[in-house]
Every structure is written in structure tokens, then in C-alpha cells.
Design a protein around this ligand. Sequence first.
Ligand code: SIN
Length: 540
Amino acid sequence: MVSPPRPRRYLVSFDTRELPNVLADVCVIGSGVAGLRAALEAARTAEVLLVTKGPLGGGATLHAQGGIACAMGPDDSPELHAADTVNAGQGLTDPPVARLVAGEARERIEELLGWGARLDRAPDGSLALGREGGHSRARILHANGDATGAEVSRVLVSAVKALPAHRVRVLEKAYVVDLLTEGGRCLGVLADLGPAGGRQAIWAGATVLATGGAGRLYRETTNPAGATGDGLGIAHRAGAAARDLEFVQFHPTTLYVAGAPRALVTEAIRGYGAYLRDRTGRRFMPDVHPDAELAPRDVVSRAILARMRALGDVCVFVDLRHMPPEEVRARFPTVRDACATVGLDLARDLIPVRPTAHYAIGGLTCDLAGASTLPGLLVAGEVASTGLHGANRLGSNSLLEGMVFGRRAGAAAAAEATRAGGPRVGRVRAAGGGSPAAVDVADVQNSVRALLGRDIGIERDAEGLRRAAEQIAFWQGYVLPAEFPDPAGLTLQNMLTVAGGIVAGALAREETRGVHYRTDFPTRDDARFARHLEWPGLDG
Ligand code: SIN
């Protein structure tokens, strides 16, 4: 077995005395729902610098379709919402966290409406409520049919832009290479602004990491290009603990047509009444689970995989032909348009779909305020493990979690910055790694994605996981020691670091729980594994 090299503490060589030094009370990294909400909260009392890899508001939030879970109906309550969440989490959801998030949902929705969000309404003017798997009540709020994330993003971006420039400065297209630490405390970040801007040391009284997920470690994913696990990689090198990386949630229904983007076909479509059929036309979910198409996501994903295998197919089909066509097209415009790009009519055609990697359930360990195990570093959103999702995330709980924990992390960061007396300019120097050799970065990235899809996918076993661990360690052996000049190589280093954490967790968890399905350990083993599995950070 190849033993993986220890990653270097910093990926590039630098001396902060030789770089432009930028100061902020609070530095927020990431501009999805959690980062934007954190920035808005911190900006109430602190000066914020919001650093984002792409344009402001880009990232996975923009693509979220289904909606935001919130107990609103007369037959519903936050207690029921929390109970459904705990039930889905299969023993690993922290009940107080579920109660906190479900209990705060209404307040966060009111706030969003106050900022101008246009959520869809029923004919009587009340907020329209959709259904999704695992939710025992209709409680999914949505916007523009199936473009909820885009609306949330629009509203939060305009709220940030409406603040005076000195309260929130925005640095777009800035790649965070590493967290700067001294004496076991996070003091800010080293950012790469590309050829024109160069590198900068950003010193902050507190830093909020809200960089999203890691779906792009898989070849087939619903996630946008930026979801490469950078936040996990940089926090790991800085010493922050993470946990449960083996819990990678697959979304059962992603549009699967050669050459077309892997667009999400929202679960809300099944909540609305869509059937899943195999190539022979058979509706197979009623034989698998009493909730049929609305069974938990892991059950639906595995059932699809089983049908594909049984028939030697690469996809199954979403069928809405029994529903009113005009209503279908109006209710799901995002999916309608994605289908139309490849000549399919959502209302009249069978839509080819298959499961793809969707959500990193595990992440950086944090408390109820979003504080990670690294002093000075708060976390929120998909990069965090708050204890809400357990071993199986309920659909539409994560925009909500992003708002709840984004707000908390932002408030905690502002308080922390005040306690710390504002930013402290330290001095951090890092020695260089080896020259990057002639590594074809894109080729290794593609190979990582293919490997994870094959050996750390919906179903795992020791043989495939050991093979994956060996291969990842081999790639790490020549990629991690090198110093790459630009973000593509640094991204690959983060991908390999995080892939190592995922395979280690998947090998260690010798049981089946939630989205982690081990064919060689097909039952849940509470005696050994009713607990989180930690991926410790490197020692500072
Ligand atoms: C969906 O619309 O199906 C995705 C929602 C989610 O994953 O929360």
C-alpha cells in the first residue's frame, strides 16, 4: 500500500511582508447563501471583506431548484420538520440542531421576504408549499417554479450591494490559497487575484469559510465548476477538524443526455407527481418503498442503479405525461428549458435521468455559532458539518441551513473580531514546494473524478475503496509536494487532499447508514458506528 505524503502546510511559497497587506474586521470566503448571509450579519457591526472565487452570488446556491423547507401549513409545525430531519439523519442528526434550524425557519423566510424575495404563492395568496421526499408534510417554499436558489441569491446579492461600500467590500474572482495561521489561530487568508492582481495577505479579526461543496470531485454531478472542495482542503491544512466526509449524497434524478449539462431534475417534480420508469416502461419505485418516488433519496438512487444494472442501461426516465402539460411547463421552467436544449418536452417526453453526486453532507466540525475547531475560523453552508443532516440530508434543508448558520457565523465572527481588537497583521512565511513537473493537471483532475464515481459512489466495498485509496495516495505522491503557479494546480491539490479524506471515512465506516452504502457491510451497526468519524486537521 502506498502511503500518502503529508500535505505541505502552505501550497505556495510566500512571505507576507513582501505582499500587499489588506485589513478587515471580518473576512468572509464564498458568496453562496451562507457567505452572503454571514456578510450581511457581520456587516451590522463590523467592516467586512467578502472574497469570492467567481462572480458575486455565483456557485451552487444559484442552481438550487427545489426550495426552502419551512413548516407553514396548518397541519405542520417546526417540531414535525425537526422530527423528519432527525429521522432522515439515521442516528447522526443532532436533535437540538434540527430543532434550532426548523424553529428559526419562519423568521429567516420573513427576513427574505422583507429583502424583496418573490416566493411563489397559492391562488389564495398564501405561500405555495411543495412536497419532497422524506418530508411528512408539504413544506417546500419555492420561487419562479424551480428557480429558488437564483431568487435567494438575487435578493441576498442586492442586500449586500445596498450596504455602504465601507461596510462590505467585495473581492471577486479571488482564489483563496490558504488560511494564514499563527499560534494555532486563524488570522486571515492568502488570496490569489490572478495575473493582474497577484497575491495578497488579507488579515482579519475573524474569518468565515462558506466555500460550498465538493461535487466536482465526481465526474457526474449536479454541482457547478467551482465545487472542488477547496474550503475543506485549506481548512484541513490549517488544522481544523472535519467529519463524516464519507456521506456524499447523490441526487437520484439528473438529466442524462450525452453532451448536455448534467442539469438537476428537481425532486419537487416527483413531489408534484412524476413517475420513474425504466426502459420497458415499468414504474419500479412502488415495489421498492411504500413512498414510491418520494422515498428517501438514497433509496431512490439505489433503486435506479439496480434497474439500470438489471437492464444494462445508463439511465431511467422521469415521466410527467399524465399531468396537465401547460401546468408542468409553467411549474418547472428551469427543467423545461434544460430539456428543451436537447429537444425534449418535459410535459410530453420521457426524460432520461440518473443519479449523480449532489451534496457533501460531511464537512468542517462546528458548534451552534458556526465556530470551527480552529480559533478565529467560523464556518457555514455546505463546507460545514453542523449536525443537521446526519447521514442523509433532507432535500431543501440546505438553503435554510445556509441562512440560519450563515447568520450565526456572521454574528459570531463580528463578536470575535471585536474581542480580538480587529485584524492583527502577523508575519507568515512558507518555503516552496518542488517544481510542478510536467503534470497534466486537467488529466489528473479527470482521473480523480472518474475514480471517485467508480469506487466511492452510491455503493462501496472494501476492495474498491482500498483500490481507490492506493490510487489517490499514488497521485498525491507526486502532486502534493509540487508548487503549482495557478489555481488549477492548487485546486487539484485540494481535490486530492479531500478525496483522501472521503476514502478514509468510507473505508473506516464498516456499516451501511444513510447515503453511505457498503455492499460488504449492508446493515447499520449502532454498536460501532452511531457516531461521527473525524478527519483531523493537520497540526499547525
Ligand atoms: C432538488 O431540487 O431536488 C434539490 C433540492 C436539494 O437538494 O435540497
